[in-house]
Ligand binder design. Structure first.
Ligand SMILES: C[S@@+](CC[C@H](N)C(=O)[O-])C[C@H]1O[C@@H](n2cnc3c(N)ncnc32)[C@H](O)[C@@H]1O
Length: 211
């Protein structure tokens, strides 16, 4: 497992130690803009959810949300964010490499900026996330493209951890890809992501007849 940090959990936990929310309290813009796809969805899993900005937003929209992150400070802040808004989210402290993808299926799985995954682990984790989507359900992914390393406005300086259009298309070739958009845009998400960014968004639906 290669994340660019000697001790990824401690590094993330230290980032989240301050009162301020590292990526802000507002949902990720892609999640907000694509939430209409989730009309009719009842449940969602937010993976590596950080301080809860996306899970809480989805709970606000009436979904039953499970979310996890491996940094205790992140999960504590996510729980506080939900409590402040009077919402319930099942926030769990868990490592993505130990998550039991077979334990439950969800109407949607949401993975926003999980660029800590190195290429050698990424396919396996994506297979796990896909298996946690019920047939007919959705996967929402936003990440960086390799060009992001030149912008240096967020994410690890590891080109190989980023997504290309081809890689995402190949991972979801057995699904109905509703959107697969590489683009550059300025994003402002707390101190964590700030400035012109090389992004890629995916919305894909698992076939209702999926095995
Ligand atoms: C760039 S942040 C994105 C957080 C959140 N998805 C968001 O958009 O606000 C990446 C997150 O991955 C978490 N993370 C890193 N490695 C992880 C692992 N092995 N298991 C679970 N979470 C992990 C970090 O703690 C951090 O919260």
């Amino acid at each position: 497992m290669m994340s660019g940090f000697d001790n990824p959990m401690q590094t993330w936990n230290a980032r989240y130690a301050r009162e301020e929310y590292h990526f802000g309290e507002e949902p990720n813009a892609f999640v907000r803009a694509h939430a209409h796809h989730l009309q009719g969805s009842r449940s969602a899993l937010c993976v590596a959810d950080g301080e809860g900005r996306n899970s809480v937003f989805l709970a606000e929209r009436g979904l039953a949300v499970t979310a996890f992150d491996f940094a205790p400070n992140a999960v504590a802040k996510a729980r506080r964010l939900a409590a402040r808004r009077g919402l319930h989210v099942d926030h769990r402290l868990a490592d993505i490499f130990a998550w039991d993808w077979t334990a439950a299926t969800y109407d949607a799985v949401v993975a926003i900026f999980i660029q800590f995954l190195p290429p050698e682990d990424r396919e396996r984790i994506f297979a796990g996330m896909k298996s946690a989507v019920r047939p007919g359900g959705l996967m929402l992914v936003e990440g960086y493209r390799p060009e992001q390393v030149d912008y240096g406005t967020g994410g690890p300086p590891l080109r190989e951890n980023m997504y290309t259009r081809e890689w995402l298309a190949s991972q979801f070739r057995d699904w109905d890809i509703l959107e697969l958009n590489p683009y550059d845009a300025a994003i402002h998400e707390g101190h964590g992501h700030d400035g012109m960014s090389a992004l890629i968004d995916l919305v894909a639906r698992r076939s209702s007849a999926a095995p």
